[in-house]
Design a protein around this ligand. Structure first.
Ligand SMILES: [Zn+2]
Length: 360
């Protein structure tokens, strides 16, 4: 059998599986039928990905993912943190990029390995806490703490505090005792891959890179200043080639970004409290949650589809995952910490506090 025939055969199997599941409502998670509840509750309750080819549906901050795979909790050059959150799921392109980055930085950049934060939920979608984006399996958070030489225990992975690289007593200033040249190499290595669309870091970290990075600056423009992101950074990759169900983000503006757009973060404007409008007395606003009907139609199917048999079966590098990944490559040929109130879903492409301008 040629590889093309094999691929078509595999695709047929998936199609048959998908058809079977749409009529077998017995497999429908109970939560999926309850469309009166916020999407973040429905997606937050599903513990395994659906059985399907990998597809991101929608936008980074409004969508879901099919056929997700998990990064193994441990690899030669990474350890996944906060396992209880069950957010180490992404599109195969995202997972393989993290593995590649971890190997590259360990080999070339004096960074022993990655501590991996949130990627996405098993079927993506909005989350109960922590992020506005990370919904389609193409965003990942990486700690700005190097991986220790020993394997962390499960308790340590849950409880180990994230350490800010900023000085506590100064406005938007990187702490020179914590910041190292290896931090800069790590971030710039991540920005260097063509599939990486944007990197989010704290404005103070972006400023530090602008002032100190002496290597190739052509990828510096991808590194975008954002609230938070002082103890981790965020990697966003492009919609995979051929993924027509994925909505791309407007490209970053040309140049290294060490300009007025960065200087704005060091003014009072982004940090000022929103002014009350004297003509409109403040009323408590009832938060409007993202509902399943706000997401692409396909997300309802993603939520209701039959699950894969186990986490192991969908872990990147496992037997089933290898099939999925092979299919994807042949077919294509070729976030933010909880700065916002955790109970409100935010619109927009990046997590931004309410009532604050979202310039970047
Ligand atoms: Zn993030």
């Amino acid at each position: 059998m040629t590889s093309g025939t094999t691929t078509r055969f595999r695709r047929l199997i998936f199609v048959l599986t998908a058809c079977a599941t749409t009529v077998t409502t017995a497999f429908m998670p109970a939560a999926a039928a309850d469309t009166g509840r916020p999407a973040r509750d429905l997606f937050g309750e599903v513990t395994l990905p659906n059985q399907a080819l990998p597809h991101p549906y929608g936008f980074y901050a409004k969508g879901c993912q099919a056929g997700a795979v998990a990064i193994p909790t441990d690899g030669p050059t990474w350890q996944a943190m906060r396992p209880s959150r069950n957010r180490r799921w992404g599109q195969p392109q995202m997972i393989s990029l993290i593995e590649r980055l971890s190997a590259d930085v360990a080999q070339k950049d004096g960074w022993p390995g990655l501590l991996i934060g949130d990627i996405s939920q098993p079927r993506g979608g909005p989350m109960k806490n922590g992020h506005a984006s990370h919904q389609i399996g193409l965003d990942a958070d990486i700690w700005l703490t190097p991986m220790p030489s020993r394997t962390l225990t499960r308790t340590e992975r849950e409880d180990m505090p994230m350490v800010s690289l900023l000085q506590k007593d100064k406005f938007l200033t990187v702490d020179p005792k914590r910041w190292t040249a290896a931090h800069a190499r790590l971030i710039m290595r991540a920005a260097s891959y063509p599939q990486v669309e944007r990197i989010f870091v704290n404005p103070a970290i972006k400023k530090k890179l602008c002032e100190s990075w002496t290597g190739d600056r052509s990828d510096l423009g991808k590194v975008r200043p954002m609230y938070g992101h002082d103890s981790h950074f965020h990697i966003r990759i492009h919609c995979p080639a051929g993924a027509t169900t994925c909505k791309p983000q407007a490209p970053v503006t040309a140049g290294d970004g060490c300009d007025k757009s960065l200087a704005w973060w060091f003014t009072k404007e982004p940090w000022a409290k929103p002014k009350a409008d004297p003509d409109k007395p403040a009323k408590p606003v009832k938060p409007r949650f993202t509902m399943l009907s706000d997401l692409p139609k396909a997300c309802t199917g993603v939520l209701m589809d039959q699950a894969v048999s186990s986490q192991a079966a969908a872990t990147f590098g496992g037997a089933n995952a290898a099939t999925t990944v092979a299919d994807v490559s042949s077919e294509n040929e070729d976030d933010a910490p909880a700065v916002a109130p955790a109970t409100i879903d935010l619109p927009g492409d990046v997590p931004v506090p309410l009532s604050r301008p979202s310039k970047p």
